[in-house]
Design a protein around this ligand. Structure first.
Ligand code: 5GP
Length: 114
C-alpha cells in the first residue's frame, strides 16, 4: 500500500478540501496555495512521476487536464486564464511523489517560472 500523502487523501485517511471527484480523478485544494486558486488533480490509479506514465496512461493523463479545464470553466476563470503545471523529480521541484497536476489561477502568472 502506497504511503504518500496523496494516497492517504484518496483513502480518506487524512483530510483534504476536495473540490472534484470522478471514477478516475480526485482534486483538492493545495495546503500551501501559491495563487488565490491552487488545486491539485491526481489520478486515483497511482503513478509516482510523469516518467512512470506510459501509453496505457494516455487517457488518464488527458482526463487530469480535462478535469482541470472543466473546473476552470465551472468556477468562471477559464476565459481570464490559469496555469497547469506538472513538476517531475528533483530539478522539476517535485516534492510529493504521486503524480499531480497543479491548477493555479486568480493572479497574473510570470514566465519563465522560477
Ligand atoms: P510538488 O512540489 O510535488 O509539485 O507539489 C506538491 C504540492 O502538494 C505542494 O504544492 C504542497 O503544498 C502540496 N501538499 C503537500 N502536502 C499536502 C497535504 O497534506 N495536503 C494538501 N492538500 N496539499 C499538500
Amino acid at each position: 500500500m502506497s504511503d504518500t500523502i496523496f494516497s492517504k487523501i484518496i483513502r480518506r485517511e487524512i483530510p483534504a478540501d476536495i473540490v472534484y471527484e470522478s471514477d478516475e480523478v480526485l482534486a483538492f485544494r493545495d495546503l500551501n496555495p501559491q495563487a488565490p486558486v491552487h488545486v491539485l488533480f491526481i489520478p486515483k490509479r497511482e503513478l509516482a512521476t510523469l516518467n512512470d506514465a506510459g501509453q496505457t496512461d494516455a487517457l488518464l493523463l488527458g482526463q487530469l487536464l480535462l478535469a482541470a479545464a472543466d473546473y476552470a470553466r465551472r468556477e468562471g476563470f477559464a476565459e481570464q486564464g490559469y496555469r497547469t503545471v506538472v513538476n517531475c523529480n528533483e530539478d522539476g521541484g517535485q516534492t510529493v511523489f504521486y503524480l499531480h497536476v497543479h491548477l493555479l489561477a486568480g493572479r497574473r502568472m510570470h514566465w519563465p517560472p522560477g
